[in-house]
Design a protein. Structure first.
Length: 419
């Protein structure tokens, strides 16, 4: 494939798809990986993450050939558009990529560049691991109890973007159809109204739940919880729950329901079984705090997943250290959860942990679990020793305040010590 304004590294090899049906990848020891530094603080955290991931790869006998691609502000400067074909095509061709935070400018034509990337690449699972690192201040007494991975559906629900603005001809047509044709003639209040539609499909629900169960099996996680508001939304969110249970029952020998756990095993989970259970969304937000250690892998729809993963992130120190990635079939785009914080851009000040740990998730997806574990251990060793960026330094006593680049250097030193 040829590109307009980016160069493919001369060194390095392409990550290819070994099995189209299963999505299994063939990852060389020196892969080419596209990277988007991102907007705002992306210019700081992007290079910091590269440095750390390079060190982890080298420590495990590998190397990464980075392919710089562009989106957001950097793309407007280079292409005069926010999301050039070069960037989308590169991620499609090389299958694995990582990006920093992006800001969508007003009037850009996209509601969100992040959402646009996910849709164009069919990255249907937004995956957010949430775990506490020793030394990170937390608002809860036992943040170490939080060790959860949220699988959030990435293409439906509110991300479908189907809505009509109050006062438009379109919304009046929809309102008339709902009232006159569908019989909800006394449901919508008089006056201006905005209307949206939340599609939840069997296809979208089942492929998301498969990802969650597969992850639980591969990573020895004891349970998968389907989170929904099906007591109220009986034909959308309850359907998600039902389709999730269907996947577990019809496609996996390793799963049992919570009822089966108690009826057949007296509450003692066999080591070769994964418990699939469900919780109402509002109750689940409470149980994140009150029964934190009872949950391992969460599978849920888009809006619930947004709430759930942010609430979980608060318990382990905030979104500044929360990693994430988007999975599709044989495709991964890793990205931190936080925003672009443009007022701190270029100050070599902010915490790059979220993007670094997003890179860890990318390494694991590639099958480089040893390199990924090295990244986590080195980050934790650095923070627990008191070497931190300003955001954590102001919350602890006796720490050593480091710039973004210095913090990355400290992690690299610990990678070298630990390897």
């Amino acid at each position: 494939m040829s590109y307009d304004k980016v160069e493919v590294p001369e060194e390095g090899q392409k990550i290819t798809v070994a099995d189209e049906e299963t999505g299994e990848l063939d990852v060389p020891e020196n892969p080419i990986i596209p990277i988007i530094h991102g907007d705002g603080i992306g210019t700081d955290v992007g290079p910091a993450a590269q440095k750390v991931l390079d060190a982890a790869a080298e420590a495990t006998g590998r190397s990464i050939s980075w392919m710089r691609v562009y989106a957001g502000e950097s793309a407007r400067e280079k292409y005069d558009e926010n999301l050039p074909d070069d960037t989308v095509d590169a991620i499609k061709e090389f299958n694995i990529a990582i990006k920093g935070p992006l800001t969508t400018p007003v009037g850009s034509g996209f509601r969100s560049l992040n959402v646009a990337l996910r849709k164009k690449l069919d990255l249907y699972a937004n995956v957010r691991p949430t775990y506490h690192l020793d030394g990170v201040p937390s608002p809860v007494k036992h943040p170490e109890k939080m060790d959860m991975v949220t699988f959030r559906e990435n293409t439906e629900d509110v991300y479908a973007g189907i809505e009509w603005e109050a006062g438009t001809d379109e919304v009046e047509k929809v309102k008339a159809f709902v009232e006159d044709e569908m019989g909800y003639d006394s449901t919508i209040h008089d006056g201006p109204v905005g209307i949206g539609i939340k599609p939840i499909t069997e296809f979208g629900s089942k492929r998301l739940v498969r990802e969650a169960i597969d992850y639980a099996i591969e990573n020895d996680r004891p349970s998968v919880t389907l989170v929904h508001k099906g007591n109220i939304m009986k034909f959308t969110e309850a359907a998600f729950r039902d389709w999730g249970y269907e996947v577990a029952e019809e496609e996996y020998d390793q799963t049992i329901t919570e009822d089966e756990l108690w009826e057949e095993y007296d509450g003692e989970r066999p080591e070769d079984k994964i418990v699939v259970k469900d919780r109402i969304a509002d109750n689940m937000l409470q149980q994140l705090l009150t029964r934190t250690d009872q949950y391992d892998v969460i599978a849920t729809m888009n809006l619930n997943g947004d709430y759930m993963s942010d609430a979980a992130g608060a318990q382990i120190g905030g979104l500044g250290i929360a990693p994430g990635a988007n999975f599709g079939t044989a495709r991964c785009l890793a990205e931190p959860v936080h925003g672009s914080a443009p007022k701190y851009a270029g100050q070599d000040k902010v915490n790059p942990t979220a993007m670094i740990l997003s890179g860890r998730l990318m390494l694991e997806y590639m099958g480089w679990a040893d390199a990924g574990q090295l990244v986590r251990d080195a980050v934790e060793e650095t923070i627990s020793s008191g070497d931190v960026t300003y955001d954590l330094h102001r919350q602890i006593e006796g720490g050593n305040k480091l710039a973004t680049s210095e913090f990355a250097d400290a992690i690299v030193e610990n990678i070298e010590k630990l390897s």
